[in-house]
Every structure is written in structure tokens, then in C-alpha cells.
Design a protein around this ligand. Structure first.
Ligand SMILES: *Cc1c(COP(=O)(O)O)cnc(C)c1O
Length: 522
């Protein structure tokens, strides 16, 4: 007796199929489907957004639990509905959820993170890219997407000033680009010691260490953990008064390194997340070359300054890097993610190459039917290059450069205004597009910390502004960390007057949180 026969009772009844089951317009990739996408945005979603209650500030006022509960209620009942309501109603509903309960990055008072309001052209192109659902791993999953990414990578290589052996790949974020940069550095260092890290792992590598400034992004530490080096592999290098890595300190630390250690990489930051400070790249590159150590430049934030003629000189020396992280979803006005890892020598990607029977068989590759599988940790990979390419074609280098300059000028305006306010203390000047400061009450530092934290939450809860927060050692290394406030200015349509209004809102919130200014206080 056959097994299927015994289990026959459990099988679904054999119902005769009906064809076709769905109109072709439900699938975005077809001609009708693209028209349906476009109609949905201008039709049902458009009318829903027209009647939606747009918050007056950058976000809906309310305590977090209330905002989240209201958003969930607006989404509908619990669980997946048994029957659908149709695309138009679903999109209209989601549109309202996002508008009424979400975040408005294009509001002049949304200045919390390196999270820009994305350009309209990029969002439209991203929808097109989604509709194609092309993937970058193989030729037969998206030839045009491969061509677009190669075009973009070549352009970025030229902008960075890397040579003709350079290459690159898009990744899902700066954290991942840093991880990949470190992975390639690790495997290159292992190879120099005759170890194939791909096969053997890194346990055979004596005492791997990675040097970066004490202000480097935390993703460097996490990458070390993920790569099996342990966070203890990170050797933080002291910074100077302008928050840049000290090349002398770096050189001394490298000199003191014994043979029981393997220096895998020096990671210079071009644009620290809080301060926008740029490590001295030419000096660091010279030290890296002297010691034969891989130089990775984390330019996740700062790379976009290369679009600006005025600010590009700050990144001089980036062309000396072995690998570079850059995020165009920061100074590039892309919807996330649009991160790139560039390498000065395409051969570095050998560490990632794989031959897979169902993806890139050798004879296909030899015949030119090859994709970008060998440059990535991903297999299926979104065509994120499409939105960036559309942006660069639409606005050109100069268009983006103007946006960078405007945001830098806004940061300098904020800096001047903060300096002039007796209740505010400027903590770090505007290097790129951020300004770090602190609200002063004259009370003890711990109490001031509390008030700075409170005033930021108050601005959020009232829906008036969304500003950043960080912790800074105000009195140099070893001194206690103090709560500071931060403006990250990435909206080039903001006016100086709107920025003044933001500073006024900070002052008002500070006074409301500070007993000194409260009714009845002396
Ligand atoms: C933002 C940032 C990162 C991380 O990038 P994600 O895209 O958020 O993963 C890494 N390094 C620096 C300096 C950054 O500012």
C-alpha cells in the first residue's frame, strides 16, 4: 500500500482550478501594474492624505505608549484579517497611520539623527526599483540593476579619488559596510600570514587588534564581536581638542605592539556621528603604509561632503584608503538604505567569492552571464543603486553639493545662535552639519544632566521638536560624561528663522523643566 493513499483523508479535496484568478494589475512589474501603483498613489492614497490630520510639528504629540496605541488602533483590529479590504482601502489606511502618527523628517524641527528627509526623485525611483524586484546576485535576476550599480560604483570611485583597480558594492547600511570592510581587512591580514581565513577561521591569527579613534562608531566594536575577534580587539586611540584621532598616539600604539599581536586594520572616521570631526587622513594613511596595516575610512556620515566644492578638501587623503564606508542615506538624501563599501583593490573581494551551482556556474560566468554575488554577504540584494542613480542624474554633483553647503551653513547659524544664548553652552562647533550643546541652569552637573534629558523628552511629547541627545566628556579624557543636546541639520529647505524658532523652543522647554524658572521659584 502506498503512503499517500493512507494519508488520503488529510489531503485537500481536488477542486478544478479556474483561470485566470487575478487581474494582471495586481502585480507591480507589468505595464498595467506600474499604472496601478501610480494610480494608487495619486488616487486613494492621495485623497486619504489630503484629509489626514497632519501634525503641526515633526511628530504627533503624546506619551510614547499613547502614540503607539493610537497608531495601532488606526491600523485596525488585532491580527491578520480573514478577508482583505482591497488595495486602495489598505493603502489609504496605512497612509493615514504613517502621516498622523509618524515622523515628519521634512519638518524644520526634526533634527535628531543622521536621517534626512529623502528626495522625491529618490523615493519615486525606489518605487520603480521595488516594482522591478530585480536582484544583484546573478545576471539573470536583474541585468539592468547590475548595470546601474556598476555605473554608480564607478562614479563614487572617481569621487573618492581611488585608482583604476578599485571596486565597490552596495550594502544595507554603514554598520554592514564597516563589518565587510573589517572582514576583508581580517582575511587580507590572515593571508599575509599564510592563513586562509575563509577555510580555517581566525583562531590561528595571533592577537588580532583593530585601531580606531575613541569616538569611532559603535558598529566597529560590534563588527569585531561578529567577526570572532571580540570587542577586546578594539584599541581606542585618543583624540585631540577637535575630536580627531591623534596620529602620534596611533603611531606610538603601533610601535609598542609586540609580535604576539596582529594589527588587522586602522579605522579612521571621516565625520564622527556626533561632531562631524574628520580624523587626519593623510597622516593616518602614512602610518598605515609604514606598518603595512589596512586602512578603512568610515565616511558613513562625511562622504557626502565630497559633493561640495567648499567642503570636499576636508576629506583629502580618503583616496589613500584600502576600504571606505559611505552612507548616501545620510548626506545624500536617500531613503534607507543606500550604503556603499568601496575597496581600492577589487581583489579584496576574493574573500567573499563563492561558486554556486544554481546561481553562477563556471561556464555561465565565463560566457559573461555573471552577477555581483561575489562582492556581498547577501545573496538576494535590493537594487538600491536605482534611487541613487536617479538622484545623481536629476540633481548632479552640484545639486547635492549645494544641499550639503546649505546644511553646513544652517549648522553654523545654529552654532552662532547657541553661542549668543546665556542659557546654552556650545559643546562642539559645526564641523559638518551637527552642533552639540547643553542647556545650563547653574545647578549641579547631575541635575543639569537630568534637565537636558527631560527637556528633549518634553519637546517630543509636546510634538514641538525632535532633537538629538548624546553624552560628552566636557573636560577631556577621563572626565565624566555629561548629557548633551544635538542638532543634526539635514533639511536644506530649512530657513535660519525656523532654526531660531527651534532654539527658542529648546529654551522654552528648558525653562519649563527647570525649577529656577517655574512659578513660585525665587
Ligand atoms: C551612521 C554611522 C554608521 C552606521 O551606519 P548605518 O547605516 O546606520 O548602519 C557608521 N559609522 C558612522 C560614522 C556613522 O555616522
Amino acid at each position: 500500500m502506498r503512503v499517500e493513499a493512507e494519508e488520503g483523508k488529510q489531503q485537500a479535496p481536488d477542486v478544478a482550478p479556474r483561470w485566470p484568478r487575478r487581474p494582471s494589475s495586481v502585480l507591480a512589474g507589468s505595464r498595467e501594474g506600474l499604472a496601478a501603483v501610480s494610480a494608487a498613489l495619486t488616487g486613494a492614497v492621495g485623497s486619504a492624505l489630503a484629509i489626514a490630520r497632519w501634525p503641526t510639528g515633526p511628530l504627533r504629540a503624546g506619551a510614547p505608549a499613547d502614540v503607539l496605541a493610537a497608531a495601532k488602533a488606526a491600523l485596525g483590529g488585532d491580527g491578520i484579517p480573514e478577508e482583505g479590504m482591497g488595495s486602495e482601502a489598505a493603502l489609504a489606511r496605512l497612509g493615514r497611520v504613517l502621516v498622523e502618527h509618524g515622523l515628519h523628517l521634512s519638518h524644520a524641527h526634526a533634527v535628531a539623527h543622521l536621517q534626512p528627509p529623502p528626495l522625491a526623485v529618490a523615493v519615486a525611483a525606489d518605487a520603480l526599483a521595488s516594482a522591478s524586484n530585480a536582484s544583484l546576485d546573478t545576471y539573470d535576476s536583474g541585468p539592468s540593476a547590475i548595470a546601474v550599480e556598476r555605473w554608480l560604483i564607478a562614479g563614487l570611485i572617481e569621487l573618492a579619488g581611488l585608482g583604476s583597480s578599485a571596486d565597490g558594492v552596495l550594502t544595507p547600511g554603514g554598520s554592514l559596510s564597516n563589518l565587510m570592510g573589517l572582514l576583508l581587512a581580517r582575511d587580507a591580514a590572515a593571508l599575509r600570514r599564510g592563513i586562509d581565513a575563509r577555510k580555517e577561521g581566525v583562531s590561528a591569527l595571533p592577537g588580532p587588534v583593530v585601531f580606531c579613534s575613541e569616538l569611532a562608531h559603535f558598529s566597529v566594536h560590534r563588527a569585531c564581536a561578529a567577526l570572532g575577534l571580540g570587542e577586546g580587539a578594539v584599541r581606542p586611540v585618543p583624540t585631540d581638542s577637535r575630536r580627531r584621532m591623534s596620529p602620534d598616539a596611533l603611531a606610538a600604539m603601533l610601535r609598542e605592539l609586540g609580535p604576539e599581536h596582529t594589527p588587522l586594520a586602522i579605522i579612521a572616521t571621516a565625520g564622527t556621528t556626533d561632531f562631524g570631526s574628520v580624523d587626519p587622513l593623510p597622516q593616518i594613511a602614512a602610518i598605515a603604509a609604514e606598518h603595512g596595516v589596512w586602512l578603512h575610512v568610515d565616511a558613513a556620515y562625511g562622504f557626502g561632503t565630497l559633493f561640495s566644492e567648499r567642503l570636499a578638501p576636508r576629506l583629502a587623503g580618503i583616496e589613500l584608503a584600502d576600504s571606505i564606508t559611505l552612507d548616501l542615506h545620510k548626506l545624500g538624501w536617500q531613503p534607507a538604505a543606500a550604503s556603499v563599501l568601496l575597496v581600492s583593490d577589487a581583489k579584496a573581494f576574493t574573500a567573499l567569492e563563492r561558486q554556486v551551482a544554481y546561481l553562477n556556474p563556471e561556464d555561465d560566468s565565463e560566457a559573461g552571464y555573471d552577477g555581483l554575488l561575489g562582492r556581498s554577504l547577501q545573496t538576494t540584494r535590493r537594487p538600491d543603486a536605482v534611487k541613487v542613480a536617479a538622484t545623481l542624474l536629476a540633481h548632479g554633483r552640484r545639486g547635492l553639493g549645494d544641499m550639503v553647503d546649505t546644511c553646513h551653513d544652517l549648522a553654523r547659524h545654529a552654532e552662532a545662535r547657541i553661542k549668543a544664548e546665556p542659557e546654552l553652552e556650545l559643546v562642539a562647533p559645526a564641523e559638518l552639519t551637527t552642533v552639540v550643546f547643553r542647556y545650563r541652569t547653574g545647578e549641579d552637573p547631575a541635575r543639569e544632566d537630568e534637565i537636558n534629558g527631560q527637556l528633549r523628552r518634553r519637546l517630543m511629547e509636546t510634538g514641538v521638536a525632535l532633537i538629538g541627545r548624546t553624552a560628552v566628556r566636557l573636560d577631556g579624557p577621563g572626565s565624566p560624561e555629561r548629557v548633551c543636546l544635538k542638532f543634526t541639520l539635514l533639511n536644506p529647505t530649512t530657513t535660519p528663522e525656523e532654526l531660531d524658532a527651534l532654539v527658542n523652543a529648546v529654551l522654552a522647554a528648558g525653562r519649563a523643566c527647570s525649577p529656577r524658572y517655574q512659578k513660585g521659584a525665587a
